[in-house]
Write a protein that binds this ligand. Structure first.
Ligand SMILES: [Zn+2]
Length: 360
């Protein structure tokens, strides 16, 4: 936790005290019908607003048993990862339990996972369900976590939240986003996380998840989580984490040009450094992803970037240094990456790459 972390020093009692008579006070993350089934319509009726989301437990939505026991890790997660389900933005809502079961079936029968991959699911109506078994119990305990299967390399250190819908071109419904906010705040509170530790799936993998629109809402999500944790906090102190840009077909500009130089530096054949993410670049990315055992998406996101953006020494020459120059020699590069008082170090490594790319 950083010294200037706005959530630092917030005690659970403090939050509950504040919340008691106010909006957040209602953070009530318990299964109102343990062992039973909750009727989503009735649940909606008793919600006085997004401030009191109730969690429909695995028992509540009649989850299948996991195919093998879930793994409980004796540590707290270090982050939250936000996803969208990439399913249709239905106008005819499925019952929460039906949706939760359909996703669990898909994760177990098609993906071959032991249980739901995520820890929590929020439907478009703003109703909340437990995902993987024991996620709720461990969240309430605040000391341990269940290993998920929602983001390779991050499954043992992150809480994965699925949001029903596809948020590439439309925003999540306000009720769903409000519940996401409260769930994130409660998760931060329970595990001592900062709002700046809320990420999108694309920050770690080469995926468009959680959709451009929901991803663009993450800074606002972090700020409102900070406010829930500590009303009156100066939200200008709520930082977004350093990440990587997502690049994909039809993108153009200096980031693309830099990525193309880095693909060439990595020895990927057939990539022309022209700043246009066309078919040849997609094929080059597939090649790079195949070599590194990454999912083959043809996009460059949080999966490929850390492997592509190798350390570059000033004056070393070659394609990698051309990548640095591509970012420095354009309006977007130094302006986006630099900022006041920052100079490009002699060796450009991850933090400098992220600043040059405008996401640091
Ligand atoms: Zn995802």
């Amino acid at each position: 936790m950083g010294r200037n972390d706005p959530s630092r020093g917030v005690s659970r009692r403090g939050l509950l005290g504040v919340a008691a008579g106010l909006v957040v006070g209602g953070v009530l993350l318990t299964d109102p019908h343990p062992g039973g089934r909750i009727d989503p319509v009735a649940a909606r009726a008793v919600l006085p607003g997004p401030a009191r989301p109730r969690v429909l437990s695995c028992t509540g939505w009649r989850a299948r048993d996991p195919s093998e026991p879930v793994t409980i890790l004796a540590r707290r997660p270090s982050k939250i990862i936000v996803h969208h389900t990439a399913t249709r933005n239905r106008d005819d809502p499925l019952a929460l339990s039906t949706l939760a079961r359909a996703i669990q079936d898909f994760h177990m029968d098609t993906n071959g996972w032991i249980d739901s991959g995520h820890h929590f699911l929020i439907n478009r109506q703003g109703l909340l369900a437990e995902g993987r078994h024991r996620s709720l119990e461990t969240l309430l305990g605040g000391r341990r976590m269940v290993e998920g299967t929602h983001c390779p390399d991050q499954n043992g250190c992150s809480i994965g939240i699925e949001n029903e819908g596809t948020y590439t071109e439309s925003n999540p419904p306000p009720g769903q986003f409000a519940v996401l906010r409260v769930l994130c705040a409660f998760t931060c509170l329970q595990y001592g996380l900062r709002p700046g530790e809320i990420y999108g799936h694309r920050d770690f993998r080469d995926t468009a998840c959680p959709g451009d629109r929901l991803y663009a809402l993450l800074p606002s999500l972090r700020r409102s989580v900070a406010r829930l944790l500590k009303p009156g906090v100066d939200v200008r102190t709520v930082n977004s984490p350093a990440t990587w840009p997502l690049l994909r077909i039809a993108d153009r500009g200096p980031q693309v040009l830099a990525a193309q130089h880095l693909l060439r530096a990595a020895g990927v054949p057939g990539v022309v450094a022209d700043g246009q993410f066309g078919r040849a670049t997609v094929d080059g990315v597939y090649d790079f992803q195949r070599r590194h055992g990454l999912e083959l998406t043809g996009m460059i996101g949080g999966g490929s970037w850390p492997l592509l953006a190798v350390p570059v020494r000033r004056g070393q020459g070659g394609e990698a240094e051309l990548a640095v120059r591509a970012l420095l020699s354009t309006g977007r590069g130094p302006a986006a990456g630099g900022g006041q008082g920052w100079t490009v170090p002699d060796t450009v490594a991850t933090p400098a790459w992220q600043r040059l790319l405008g996401t640091g």
